[in-house]
Design a binder for this molecule. Structure first.
Ligand code: Y12
Ligand code: CO
Length: 175
């Protein structure tokens, strides 16, 4: 089932998500719905709060290294109750978010990170991430804390964003 995506400035995106305690069939159905929603909207990462569930769940499905950059479910990462254990270096990447449509901005993140998390069955896992995966995980973990990438912009860039975003929303309402 495709779920509606909550978009900025909806206040629900500010909620702090709660840990998952029950690794039941309900959770599995929800994870499958999140995946369907993310693929349908051309996303590569999605946090549960973006589909109005304030729980510590995120999914990431980076494009493959082939020419078309196809996304295949076999490298889908389902990350539940993540904790960042370490980080190193900094990097800048132009980020986008399904909850802030049509807007991309450079954001500084850690270059490499380590996380521990649980999979859909509650099994404890760990992961070392760099490059795009590291950025995507940090972006999605921020969602679990009620934070959006636009909050990491400088004051001037944020002001410009707010102006452009409001104008875009007005134009969309006219249509
Ligand atoms: C690097 C940086 C950020 C992330 C977080 C995950 N972000 C996304 O998955 C963004 C998806 C996205 C897709 C869009 O395309 C469509 O909606 C068709 C898009 O374009 C528009 O809104 C028009 C914007 C963002 C992971 C890795
Ligand atoms: Co996002």
């Amino acid at each position: 089932m495709i779920l509606p995506i909550v978009t900025y400035p909806d206040k629900r995106l500010k909620l702090i998500s709660a840990p998952v305690t029950d690794f039941t069939a309900d959770l599995h159905t929800f994870l499958d719905d999140m995946y369907e929603t993310m693929i349908e909207t051309n996303g590569i990462g999605l946090a549960a709060i973006q589909v109005d569930r304030a729980i510590d769940v995120l999914i990431i499905n980076l494009p493959n290294d082939d020419e078309e950059g196809t996304q295949t479910r076999d490298n889908l990462l389902e990350i539940i109750n993540p904790t960042m254990t370490h980080s190193e270096g900094t990097t800048v990447y132009q980020e986008g978010c399904l909850s802030v449509p049509k807007f991309y901005e450079d954001v500084e993140r850690f270059e490499t990170i380590g996380i521990t998390y649980q999979d859909r069955h509650g099994v404890e896992c760990s992961l070392e991430a760099d490059e795009l995966l590291s950025i995507a995980i940090q972006h999605e973990i921020d969602h679990l804390q009620g934070k959006l990438f636009i909050e990491k912009l400088s004051y001037a860039r944020r002001k410009k964003f707010e102006k452009e975003y409001k104008r875009m929303q007005k134009e969309q309402k006219k249509r």
